[in-house]
Design a protein around this ligand. Structure first.
Ligand code: PGA
Length: 302
């Protein structure tokens, strides 16, 4: 009988899914040597190599692929068991797993803070990832609730809009178009744009908007975060289309201007999403109810 532990399986599942020890360590909030150790122990238990490293790339061996195919189900079953036990012990206790796209980091803490204060027995695991990685987690049913701007059409999901998510055009405060009224969208064709990385929901929306309006989009620079984009806009490197949620109150507001472009702000929404038919844990249902009843905590900061 093998002495495989849940910790080893969790580490392996994460490495196998991300094909990276570094990213697995980030996701699991442990160090990279700790991940390697779990994988080594698991390989010793199984008696066969599970992953192979060729240069910088990680591959699954045949045994690794077999294990990966089954361990996601085990982990899901175990998670449900933990939740059932929490529910039996008392309804407002347990772990809430939320995956949210990066742009929600400006408002999610504002709802999670009061939620945790009201339900101290509930622990939160919040994964903040870009849209592509969130869809990956959704496909693997890794979280209770997903928060995103553009629910996918090709997934069987239930989605509920809960907050406005306007898209705005951001320029440096000293830009010649700052302060002008009703600027034609076609004028944007002459500007350089700073965009998020591929896989970002914001990037997808920006590219779609320009495509729909048959306007060329000149990408000057690709940056991995909204914060980096705002700094680069303030520094005069170009314009950007961002969710207004990313304009929090304390950063370089006076160095930035929101341009009055025709059709903007593009009105969108933030959604809570879950796989269709997924039985919500009591903890997840409690959170959804709290979110619906406390939206004013978020609206005030918009
Ligand atoms: P992003 O997603 O943070 O990956 O850009 C934003 C969105 O889904 O609107």
């Amino acid at each position: 009988m093998m002495h495989v532990t849940l910790r080893q399986l969790r580490a392996f599942e994460t490495v196998a899914r991300l094909l990276s020890f570094t990213r697995a360590a980030e996701e699991l909030h442990i160090t990279q040597p700790a991940v390697s150790k779990q994988i080594r122990l698991l390989q010793e238990n199984v008696g066969l190599p599970l992953v192979e490293q060729l240069g910088k790339r990680i591959f699954l061996t045949e045994a690794g692929r077999e294990l990966y195919a089954t361990c996601a189900d085990w982990l899901e079953t175990w998670g449900r068991f933990e939740q059932t036990i929490a529910n039996l012990k008392g309804v407002k206790q347990g772990r809430l797993r939320i995956a949210a796209v990066t742009t929600t980091k400006y408002f999610m803490p504002r709802i999670l803070g009061p939620f945790c204060a009201k339900y101290p027995g509930i622990d939160i695991a919040l994964e903040v990832v870009n849209r592509d990685r969130l869809l990956d987690r959704l496909a693997r049913n890794q979280d209770d609730i997903y928060v995103m701007g553009e629910p996918p059409e090709d997934f069987d999901i239930e989605s509920e809009p809960f907050l406005d998510n306007p898209l705005i055009v951001l320029a440096p405060a000293n830009h010649p178009m700052a302060g002008r009224r009703n600027i034609a969208f076609s004028k944007l064709a002459k500007e350089n744009f700073l965009v998020r990385e591929r896989g970002s929901g914001t990037r997808m929306t920006v590219e779609r908007l320009f495509r729909e309006r048959k306007t060329p989009l000149h990408i000057k620079m690709e940056l991995g975060s909204n914060e980096a984009i705002k700094q680069a806009v303030a520094g005069g490197l170009g314009l950007a289309l961002l969710s207004r949620s990313s304009l929090n109150l304390d950063t370089n507001q006076n160095e930035l201007a929101i341009l009055d472009v025709e059709g903007f702000p593009v009105m969108r929404a933030w959604y809570v999403v879950r796989p269709k038919g997924k039985q919500l844990s009591v903890v997840a249902a409690t959170f959804l109810e709290f979110l619906r009843n406390h939206l004013q905590l978020l609206v005030r900061n918009q």
